[in-house]
Design a protein around this ligand. Structure first.
Ligand code: NAD
Ligand code: HSO
Ligand code: ZN
Length: 428
């Protein structure tokens, strides 16, 4: 991790850049995949699975037998942990339900807003470099809590054409039994256009690599909604002199190990903490099974020595990290001042991994600085909010003349007439 001491504000934008490929370059690779799936359907899905995953797929839909085998292959300890994760995620997301909001804006005029679940949603579960069964819980459980009618998931097969048993186990455990063996941009294309086997959906959820994320963004041009751009994982740790370098190094490596295009950032006003953390990162990295992946991510990761807390706060908000860890003595106070982040982990004993798996918050979060304008997945992501209104006769009598006047001023006589004919009827 390269260290930048007291970086000048005018250099921040460049120094805080993510390592991802340029969108135009990825689009060039992804667009032909989308077009081919739109044209050739299942045949294209099978061909891309062979090309990108080395898998020969017979049936794209996971069978009952595969689910039963998965049940046997997942050990009881892991089943217990999955249950706890489901319980906490369900508890946090169920609490996000809101009542119908009804307001009488004037006597005789009622306006209300109701959350209505999106009917057809497709979930993408990453599986290229690690089988992220925790994502099944994160984006599957809220879909069911919200009451979405059709919910299914797509995930890449391994080279034997199989889906990891924990993905199938977690899916069945939360009540999802339609799983399609297809990954990457081709899965996003299938959920966008539909194929012989996979139905098209109204909204696509789920994180993924740069190809998946670019495909999701392109899917929006076809009228499909997406949760958000949730690409390669990132974490920013802001640590003061009370932080423990062993903890911080572990947190940084936890996201660096996701992929070579992940990025981790350390911010501190203490050079001593930065140096000790760098040493710990080297030590812990050397024994990590995924050390090659993590080492690549560290090549474009950075440490920033800042002159004071105010400057550090500005830099942290400018980066808009997917995950922000506040390893600070006054972490709770600082948390109040965070305006750009996907999810914030407050205090020395809040590892980011807890949120990845089981504390209750959602791990599907905006990356690449999109935390400036997008939220992570929550129960709300599965609803549309529909507004309603009912106007009684007395309400129209008091509001109607104002609407007539405004419509006339906009020179929209038909709008005005829709009120006038009713007011005239009331006078008769
Ligand atoms: N932001 C979030 O909320 C969040 C959450 C979990 C994971 N993630 C990220 O998700 C990503 C998962 O990535 P992954 O690769 O392990 O799995 P993945 O399932 O996203 O992607 C695997 C697929 O990528 C496609 N692919 C691979 N190389 C390709 C190429 N050259 N051209 C076109 N397509 C290609 C293949 O079809 C393959 O099936 C990681 O970057 C991880 O950090 C993000
Ligand atoms: N850190 C990822 C989100 O960026 C989520 C995850 C799943 N499993 C492990 N981690
Ligand atoms: Zn993670």
């Amino acid at each position: 991790m390269k260290l930048y001491k007291y970086p000048a504000v005018e250099d921040w934008k460049k120094l805080l850049q993510r390592p991802s490929m340029r969108m135009e370059d990825i689009e060039k690779q992804v667009t032909p995949i989308l077009k081919t799936v739109q044209k050739d359907g299942d045949a294209a899905l099978k061909a891309f699975s062979l090309r990108f995953d080395g898998a020969n797929i017979d049936s794209i839909l996971v069978s009952e037998e595969e689910f039963s085998q998965a049940e046997k292959d997942v050990d009881n300890d892991l089943k217990e942990s999955i249950s706890i994760a489901i319980k906490n995620v369900t508890k946090f997301h169920s609490a996000q339900k809101t009542d119908v909001l009804k307001v009488e804006t004037m006597p005789g005029i009622s306006c209300w807003r109701k959350s209505v679940p999106i009917q057809k949603v497709g979930l993408y579960i990453p599986g290229g470099s690690a089988p992220l069964f925790s994502t099944v819980i994160m984006i599957g459980a809220p879909a069911l809590i919200a009451g979405c009618e059709e919910v299914f998931l797509c995930t890449p097969p391994n080279s034997e054409g199989k889906v990891h048993p924990a993905i199938l186990y977690a899916a069945k455990k939360i009540g999802l039994t339609k799983v399609y063996k297809v990954g990457g941009a081709q899965a996003i294309a299938a959920m966008t256009f539909g194929t012989e086997t996979i139905p098209s959906v109204s909204k696509i959820f789920g994180p993924g690599n740069q190809y998946v994320t670019a495909a999701k963004q392109l899917a929006t041009k076809e009228g499909v909604a997406i949760d958000m751009p949730a690409g390669p994982s990132e974490v920013l740790v802001w640590a003061d002199e009370t932080a423990n370098p062993t903890f911080i190094a572990a947190d940084l490596l936890s996201q660096a190990e996701h992929g070579p295009d992940s990025q981790v950032i350390l911010v501190s006003t203490s050079e001593d903490i930065i140096q000790k953390t760098e040493a710990e990162v080297e030590k812990q990295l050397s024994v990590l099974p995924r050390k090659e992946i993590a080492a690549k991510a560290l090549e474009h990761s950075r440490s920033f020595l800042m002159k004071d807390e105010a400057e550090a706060l500005k830099l942290v908000n400018e980066y808009a990290a997917e995950h922000l860890i506040l390893s600070l003595d006054n972490a709770e106070d600082v948390a109040e001042k965070i305006i750009n982040a996907g999810s914030v982990f407050v205090g020395h004993y809040t590892p980011e991994s807890a949120g990845d798996y089981a504390s209750g918050t959602n791990h599907t979060l905006p990356t690449y600085g999109y935390a400036k304008n997008y939220s992570g997945v929550s129960l709300d992501s599965y609803y549309r909010k529909i507004t309603f209104q009912k106007i009684e006769k007395e309400g129209l009598e008091s509001l109607g003349p104002h609407v007539e006047r405004m419509a006339a001023a906009e020179e929209l006589d038909a709008h005005k007439n829709a009120v006038t004919v009713r007011l005239n009827a009331l006078k008769d």
